[in-house]
Design a protein around this ligand. Structure first.
Ligand code: NI
Ligand code: MN
Length: 231
């Protein structure tokens, strides 16, 4: 499986089994990378309704003619906007392609859509499984003890927010990494705006010294190949 960080919490996961785009906040993100020119998408996954996650999902779902997978209330909002909302909820798992499944897991955060802040159901994280590789995208979240249950799924990669203020910061993300026991930890949701400035390399040093995971710091647009047997 190939993972490409597009900036903020936007990630593209490509595999023989299927391809998904997560939290595509691109056109209003000052440091976003461009989507690859040729792309076969199976679905767009959105962790919660905040604009830096829902982002360009509606436009991209229409352009690529793919569903938006989200918690039921947010999926219904997407359906009301003329695209296909694929409804699921916490604890559920669905196949979005022949060889790619998505599990919806808790996140400790809030969720709303639009300037009126209409309720959009619970926020979530996603665990994407394809070609025997498993990636956890935490969405926006605080650290929480039940990350130890997500660890039981056997994670190759954990994508963790480190920006602070709206999510956990680096110290709590290191605690999260200890609970999750993923082979690789990749930071996200930092340095997009001044309010979430962080040093990802200082975080990486902490992960290397204080957890069993290997940290990888990506640049927006950079691809990371998730090797077989990385856990
Ligand atoms: Ni948020
Ligand atoms: Mn956010």
């Amino acid at each position: 499986m190939r993972l490409t960080w597009l900036g903020h919490s936007a990630h593209l996961l490509e595999s023989a089994g299927g391809t998904v785009l997560i939290d595509p906040f691109l056109s209003n993100n000052p440091v976003a990378a461009r989507l690859p020119e040729s792309l076969h998408l199976d679905a767009i996954l959105v962790t919660h309704g905040h604009r830096d996650h829902l982002g360009d999902a509606l436009e991209l779902a229409a352009r690529f003619d793919v569903p938006i997978v989200a918690v039921a209330e947010l999926a219904d909002h997407c359906s009301s906007q003329g695209v296909t909302g694929e409804r699921m909820n916490l604890g559920g798992q669905i196949d979005v392609a022949a060889g790619l499944s998505v599990a919806c897991v808790p996140a400790v955060h809030t969720s709303s859509v639009g300037v009126d802040r209409l309720p959009a159901g619970a926020p979530c994280g996603f665990v994407v499984t394809a070609n025997d590789r498993r990636v956890y995208h935490a969405g926006d979240t605080a650290v929480f003890g039940d990350m130890a249950l997500i660890a039981n799924m056997g994670l190759d990669v954990a994508l963790l927010p480190i920006g602070g203020r709206f999510t956990m910061g680096p110290d709590d993300a290191v605690h999260a990494a200890r609970l999750l026991q993923a082979g690789t930890v990749i930071p996200m949701h930092y340095n997009t705006f001044p309010a979430i400035s962080q040093d990802p390399h200082a975080f990486a040093t902490q992960v290397r010294e204080e957890t069993s995971s290997t940290p990888v710091v990506l640049q927006p647009g950079e691809t990371y190949e998730i090797a077989a047997g990385s856990t």
